[in-house]
Design a protein around this ligand. Structure first.
Ligand SMILES: [Cu+2]
Length: 84
């Protein structure tokens, strides 16, 4: 019997998560937060998120990814974004 080594899975488990925080101006309520959450969920590399309109903050936990694309997507909803 050949031994099957699941490289993909092993690699995923070892991969370090990265954390990025964006300063997002223009969120006023939970509905704004939810619009951003829905958009963030379209990025498979994002594994966790915290969207806080009270502190103008969007924090994500993610794998290697194009952060500029995330900023552009949030800006596309009508918010002003800066990476902290
Ligand atoms: Cu709102």
């Amino acid at each position: 019997m050949p031994i099957t080594v699941r490289h993909g899975l092993a690699y995923r488990e070892k991969e370090e998560m990265m954390h990025t925080t964006f300063d997002v101006q223009g969120m006023h309520c939970e509905a704004c937060e939810n619009r951003i959450k829905t958009t963030l969920q379209t990025f498979p590399a994002i594994t966790a998120m915290e969207v806080d309109h009270r502190h103008d903050r969007v924090a994500i936990e993610h794998q290697e990814m194009d952060l500029e694309a995330v900023a552009t997507a949030i800006a596309g909803l009508g918010f002003t974004v800066a990476q902290v």
